[in-house]
Design a protein around this ligand. Structure first.
Ligand SMILES: [Zn+2]
Ligand SMILES: [Zn+2]
Length: 117
């Protein structure tokens, strides 16, 4: 298996706060058995927010080491990597997701469903 070439300097936004996230290191084991390897991740800078972003797991929370996805997840069709929020409009009701792979220009625009009235 070839590791994906993930851009080392991503600037993901927290999907809840639309704020820049801080670079952190988390430790993961590919299959839960093998050695833990550290992987670059990002954590929301807003106090009390526990949302992380990582290129394979996407947006998630990590209660006691578990990985709890924060929906919705969008994956790049070409690289099978979790896309991150790069920009937004209309107070976050339109979000632009980008693939973390180096050189990938895949973008996805997601509009929040309008509230039923
Ligand atoms: Zn947040
Ligand atoms: Zn891609």
């Amino acid at each position: 298996m070839k590791f994906a070439a993930i851009n080392a300097e991503l600037t993901p936004l927290c999907p809840r706060h639309l704020q820049p996230m801080n670079r952190v290191d988390i430790y993961v084991s590919a299959d839960g058995q093998s050695a833990m390897v550290h992987t670059p991740a990002y954590k929301c800078a807003v106090e009390g927010c526990t949302v992380y972003y990582e290129a394979y797991d996407g947006y998630h929370e990590r209660p006691e080491g578990a990985v709890k996805p924060v929906p919705p997840a969008h994956y790049c069709r070409d690289h099978k990597l979790a896309m991150y929020v790069t920009t937004h409009a209309l107070k976050g009701s339109v979000k632009h997701y980008k693939c973390p792979h180096v050189g990938c220009s895949q973008l996805e625009t997601v509009r929040q469903a309008a509230a039923a009235s």
